[in-house]
Design a protein around this ligand. Structure first.
Ligand code: C2E
Ligand code: MG
Ligand code: MG
Length: 563
């Protein structure tokens, strides 16, 4: 929220509201035919004075040639145009304007109107600021979009019955396209999407580019929500056909988050934030979908924001704990080590699951200090157990690393420092990286992992089977162990497909010289099937839930409970 405010505030002095009756008509020789009083007043001319004769004369000299060329491109098949160009006032100062021009081929006239927000430019040769129009797509940008929403909100104060909708749309998995086809093709794709969106709305509505692959649409004066869904439908239908990019056929889908004006007082920032939130939800449902913002979603967002604020202090206030879950050798059912799992003991909310706070820590970057703390705590405990239970076969400790940690330049040094400080033998440290973290770091991770592995640390690919990774590139990843996600284990004993999947993975892993851990083993029958397949290790509630360090110690002393 803060960022959005920071972006718009300095722009306000630039903005200039044009009156609604802003119309210019000129002929195909570009001679002015009609000019509304509002124009004259804004530009500082009067009807008696020397008014320019030609439309181009109203423009800044540097913008004339390009404008003439654009206008010449209009015809009966292609009658409308939107572009930005500076317009000069009688006193020589300039206004940056987004023009909408339509060409009436029958009477060969151009009808020009302006977007109601213009930009005050100082000095006649002032440049049109980029902060006004998106350079790639030529669409209005985020600042202008927010400004237009504000204008709509003001209109609504007068006309309470007017409904409007703000759509936040994002191209699903755009990163993948950008990554696989290259950034230039990514840009072309964004331009194509921009034109699909622009074609799907009425000229009076607005499409803007908000950031990266995200666009905003403002639909004004709608009757009800169904009008919005019609637009969404229209866009989705256009996207059924693939884009042809440099010989490649690219299929994309777009996710929408929708806010429809209601009774609650709204701000432009708030509307966009809610629409964005809904879009994130739509993406979470698999993309190609829309989500209408509702109050519950808002409440969840507030809860999350509170969580984020509390999380900022949690580390310094000592609210994190490392829990430990046994990892068990399937051949002899002996304890071989533990996975360290973070827990947050919140002063008022109690014990919070990492499923809830790790993603927030990821997003805010807090995962880096938190991860460093977990690593140290896990190594310290493991070293302590090694010293106190010298007769027990060595117990390894597995620590989870997130994408953000993996991308952090200090990671390798941190790990080395931690091993040196705690004195844990390097052979007893394992690091777990999820498939999706590996993909997110777009290959950069591999070099880091190779350095860690060269130190003698063993690496596990966590949640295997849930991400994008394909079995075909497994041999290229510097990992020692595949950790099969528990979703494949849960039904293993009654679902042949899952059993087949695990069997295939085990077979492949062994062929590549990797071993396998299965997570989520809750039943003895699952452990038996996995053991028969030759899976080396298992982990799950069958043996123990993740427990506090002193309880883990009891498991070392007394051994695992009988199955
Ligand atoms: P994970 O690394 O895949 O950890 C295994 C999760 O499965 C743990 O959830 C564990 O409690 C749960 N689990 C283990 N056995 C069973 C079972 O038999 N049945 C069921 N239903 N669940 C089982 P937990 O502790 O809630 O952690 C969730 C995830 O949070 C972890 O998944 C990991 O991705 C992340 N996480 C936890 N601690 C850390 C951390 O220190 N750093 C990072 N980056 N991520 C962490
Ligand atoms: Mg893990
Ligand atoms: Mg896992």
């Amino acid at each position: 929220m803060y960022r959005a405010r920071q972006e718009t505030a300095p722009l306000e002095s630039f903005f200039f509201k044009l009156p609604e009756t802003f119309l210019l008509v000129f002929r195909d020789d570009l001679k002015l035919h009609l000019i509304s009083d509002a124009w004259l007043a804004t530009l500082g001319y009067d009807r008696q004075g020397a008014l320019p004769e030609n439309f181009l004369d109203l423009l800044h000299p540097d913008d004339r040639a390009a404008t003439a060329e654009r206008l010449a491109g209009l015809d009966a098949d292609n009658p409308t145009l939107r572009f930005s160009a500076r317009c000069c006032r009688a006193d020589g100062s300039c206004l940056g304007i987004i023009w909408n021009v339509s060409f009436d081929a029958a009477d060969r006239r151009y009808y020009a109107s302006a977007h109601e927000t213009a930009v005050n430019l100082h000095g006649s040769d002032a440049h049109l600021p980029d902060m006004f129009v998106d350079g790639l797509t030529g669409l209005p940008n985020r600042s202008l979009f927010l400004d237009r929403i504000e204008h709509t909100l003001r209109r609504r104060e007068r006309r309470k019955d007017l409904l409007f909708a703000v759509l936040h749309c994002g191209v699903d998995r755009f990163k993948v396209v950008n990554h696989s086809l290259g950034h230039r093709m990514g840009d072309v794709l964004l331009m194509s999407v921009a034109s699909v969106l622009r074609d799907a709305i009425r000229p009076t509505d607005m499409v803007a580019r908000l950031a990266g692959d995200e666009f905003g649409i403002l639909l004004e004066d709608i009757r009800d929500v169904s009008a919005t869904l019609l637009v969404v439908n229209r866009i989705q239908q256009k996207l059924v056909m693939p884009f042809s990019l440099d010989g490649h056929e690219v299929f994309i889908t777009v996710s929408f988050g929708i806010v429809v004006s209601g009774d609650a007082p709204l701000t432009p920032d708030g509307i966009l934030r809610d629409a964005n939130l809904s879009m994130v939800q739509a993406k979470a449902h698999g993309g190609g979908n829309y989500v209408l913002f509702d109050k519950q979603m808002h409440d969840r967002a507030v809860h999350r924001m509170e969580l984020e604020m509390d999380l900022r202090h949690a580390l310094e206030r000592g609210q994190f704990e490392a829990y430990f879950q046994p990892i068990v050798g399937l051949a002899d059912r002996r304890l071989t080590g533990f996975e360290a799992l973070a827990r947050w003991r919140h002063p008022s909310k109690g014990l919070i699951s990492p499923v809830e706070f790790i993603p927030v820590a990821e997003e805010t970057g807090l995962i880096v200090p938190l991860g460093r703390w977990m690593l140290r705590e896990a190594c310290r405990r493991a070293r302590d157990w090694q010293q106190r239970f010298p007769d027990h076969p060595p117990l390894a400790v597995s620590v989870n690393l997130s994408a953000r940690q993996l991308a952090h330049p200090a990671l390798v040094d941190d790990v080395a420092a931690c091993l040196a400080e705690t004195g844990l033998p390097v052979s007893l440290l394992k690091l777990e990286i999820t498939e999706s973290a590996m993909m997110e770091s777009e290959g950069a991770a591999v070099a880091v992992l190779e350095r860690l592995r060269a130190m003698g640390i063993r690496l596990l690919l966590d949640d295997f089977g849930t991400g994008y990774s394909s079995l075909s590139y497994l041999h290229r990843l510097p990992i020692d162990t595949l950790k099969v996600d528990r979703s494949f284990v849960t039904d293993l004993h009654q679902n042949p497909t899952d059993r087949h999947f695990v069997e295939t993975i085990v077979h492949l892993a062994h062929k590549l010289g990797r071993d396998v851990v299965c997570e989520g083993v809750e039943l003895a029958v699952q452990a038996d099937i996995l053991a028969a397949m030759g899976v080396e290790y298992s982990q799950g509630f069958l043996y123990s839930r993740p427990v506090a360090a002193h309880e883990a110690e009891m498991l070392i002393i007394t051994g695992l409970p009988e199955e």
